[in-house]
Design a protein around this ligand. Structure first.
Ligand SMILES: [Cu+2]
Length: 269
C-alpha cells in the first residue's frame, strides 16, 4: 500500500503499522498542499493588481478561512490521536515479556556499536567502569563474575533469529547516538546514563532479503542517526537475521570461541 513512498524494504512484523502512519501523513499533507496551493493561486488571480489597483482596507468578511483552519486542526488532531498516539502506545507500552524475547544489549560509542549477549545463563554479568579498556574490554566486563564469564560480545555485528521479538537495551558510553535500522522501521536515540529498551520482530532473514532484492551482498545496516562526532559517517553496524537454527549455530560457535580464547580477550575483534 505504501510502495509509492519508496521506503526501504520492510523486514519487521510491526513496521507495516509505521508505514501506514507515514502513508496517511503523506496523504493528508498532500491534501493540505493542494488545498493551500490552490487557494494561493486563486488569490493571485482574484486580487490581481489590474482589478484592484487600491488595497482593500476593510477586513475579510467571509469565515471561509476560519473554517479551513479548523478543518486543518481537525485533520492534525486525527493524525495525532487516531494514529500517532495509539501507535506509540502500542510500541512503547507493550514490550514483549523477556521470557519470550531475545534480549541484547547494544552500547553505542564514538564510533562503534558494542553488542552483548547474556550467554547460556541468560544473565548479563557485572561490568565495571574501571575495567574498561578501549582495545580489549570496551564494555568493562568483569570476567571474574560467574554471570559475566559466558557473556558474548561482538563489535558492529548484531546476529538475530528471525520471527522472534528482539529487545535491544540501548546505551551510550559518551554522546547521544541513534540506533537506526531502516528495514525494521526502528530508530531510537541512545543517551548516556540511560538504558532505553527498543523492540521489534525481524521477519525477513538476510538470505531471504538477498534473494528478494537480487543483491547477493545485501546487509541490514545499523546507521547511527545522530551526528555524534567526526567519525559519525563510519559508525556502521551490521545485522544478520537468520533462522533459529542458524542463529543457535552461530551462538554456539561464539561460545566455543570464548572458551578457547579464555577470559576477556574475545571482545575486540
Ligand atoms: Cu553515533
Amino acid at each position: 500500500m505504501t510502495d509509492w513512498l519508496g521506503l526501504p524494504a520492510l523486514a519487521s512484523a510491526q513496521g507495516g503499522q509505521i508505514d501506514g502512519l507515514i502513508g496517511w501523513t503523506h496523504v493528508f499533507m498532500l491534501i493540505l498542499f493542494v488545498g493551500w496551493g490552490g487557494f494561493f493561486a486563486y488569490t493571485l488571480v482574484r486580487f490581481r493588481r489590474s482589478r484592484h489597483p487600491v488595497a482593500n482596507y476593510a477586513a475579510v468578511n467571509s469565515h471561509a478561512s476560519s473554517y479551513l483552519e479548523i478543518g486543518v486542526a481537525v485533520v492534525e488532531g486525527i493524525l495525532l490521536f487516531g494514529f500517532s498516539i495509539p501507535l506509540w502506545a502500542a510500541r512503547g507500552d507493550h514490550v514483549p515479556p523477556e521470557s519470550e524475547a531475545l534480549v541484547v544489549q547494544v552500547t553505542a560509542e564514538q564510533f562503534a556499536w558494542n553488542v552483548r549477549y547474556a550467554g547460556p545463563d541468560g544473565v548479563f554479568g557485572r561490568t565495571d567502569i574501571k575495567l574498561i579498556d578501549v582495545q580489549t574490554n570496551p564494555l568493562g566486563l568483569d570476567r571474574s563474575d560467574p554471570a559475566a564469564k559466558d557473556d558474548i560480545t561482538t563489535l558492529n555485528q548484531l546476529y538475530l533469529p528471525v520471527n522472534k521479538p528482539i529487545i535491544v537495551r540501548l546505551r551510550s558510553k559518551d554522546v547521544i547516538h541513534s540506533f537506526n535500522v531502516p528495514e525494521f522501521r526502528v530508530k531510537q536515540d541512545a543517551i548516556p546514563g540511560f538504558t532505553i529498551p527498543v523492540w521489534f520482530v525481524p521477519d525477513v532473514t538476510t538470505a531471504e532479503m538477498r534473494t528478494r532484492t537480487g543483491n547477493p551482498e545485501f546487509q541490514y545496516e545499523i546507521a547511527c542517526a545522530q551526528l555524534c562526532g567526526l567519525g559519525h559517517f563510519r559508525m556502521r553496524g551490521f545485522v544478520t537475521v537468520q533462522s533459529a537454527e542458524d542463529y543457535q549455530k552461530w551462538m554456539a560457535a561464539e561460545e566455543k570461541k570464548l572458551k578457547e580464547q579464555g577470559q576477556g580477550d574475545a571482545i575486540w575483534r
